[in-house]
Design a protein around this ligand. Sequence first.
Ligand code: XUL
Ligand code: CO
Length: 438
Amino acid sequence: MGEIFKNIPVIPYEGPASKNPLAFKYYDADRVIMGKKMSEHLPFAMAWWHNLGATGVDMFGQGTADKSFGATPGTMEHAKAKVDAGFEFMKKVGIKYFCFHDVDLVPEGKDNAETAARLDEITDYILEKMKGTDIKCLWGTANMFGNPRFMNGAGSSNCADVFCCAAAQVKKALDCTVKLGGRGYVFWGGREGYETLLNTDMAFEQENIARLMHMAVDYGRSIGYKGDFYIEPKPKEPMKHQYDFDAATAIGFLRAHGLDKDFKMNIEANHATLAGHTFQHDLCVSRINGMLGSIDANQGDTLLGWDTDEFPFNVYDATLCMYEVLKAGGLTGGFNFDSKNRRPSNTYEDMFYAFILGMDTFALGLIKAAKMIEDGRIDKFVEEKYASYKTGIGKKIVSGEATLEECAAYAQKLGNVDPGSGRQELLESIMNQILFSE
Ligand code: XUL
Ligand code: CO
């Protein structure tokens, strides 16, 4: 197959003064920040489903973008054309990873066996394409929410036959992930939740999800998979209540079911905000629990209450994200643009502008987060805010020596107690100063 994205070159770094729309202004792959290259801090990935699949179809209208790449959608020829387009795209935009659902790679066959055979064929084709490049899979997953059989859930389905269909998909998607060198394997519980408790045994459903995850870990380890499994929390959509509501809920679930050694979090910005949190909140919850694994990079719209999956342009949020990532010592996974072009942005050029926007946003976030840490004023304030726990009664509380009676006796001797100003406005102005100075 010939060149697909004609007239689009390999995207160069030209720096902040450039007005070339097909150039990076901030993402400079080899620039070293805090001892590591930008490309190592930011292992970016392309989401197969959005970039190669999404045409802009919504419930009000047809697609606006042509993603046929010269082949007929729904055929294996088209599946291969998507691989060709994907590899040309990744090389031109300069990213080394992709993420996929099983059914993004191939059209579903009439049964599991036919889909599995198609997956064998396409992953051979992808492996061939990977040769001579450093492009690999970031993570794979199974789509256990689209097919009508999953209407009552996958692992959480009332029906054991459906549970087994889900198991078959997980097994095959794990095989493909390992074959393509994947760093991670994701469970996003699209239909693992409920609409009404009048027809739902919540405890049983959650135990069954854990059973499916244990089976996946056992099988994955048996075929030599060494990467992390991830839960990608989301509070709702498509279900009214989803079990993996947010990072705190998912971490509690993993601990309750003995899965916490094999699983980490894949935090998606727009999912965190749907849960009523900031993106930074869910990243921080994951980090402090040692479970920040990977990120689905996108952003929502505060005026819309659904998962709009926009390409990230908010530098403030990206900076606070990178602050958490730097504090975590980096990601074992990467930054998957689980983002899609807006429906009227329907040309091939728009696909590149979107990635340039997203990658520049995270590059800026990285530069500014490193500045926040090097500047030190914010970290110093936080450190000093808790200074009362470094000596005296505070130190005894932290070491576990103090009893309730001792704290109460200590409190009786106190007069007026002043915990000190939180200095929020000062800290926000320091953050602005860091964001808007060179
Ligand atoms: C859905 C979503 C998924 C997961 C993978 O909101 O984010 O695409 O990332 O299933
Ligand atoms: Co996602």
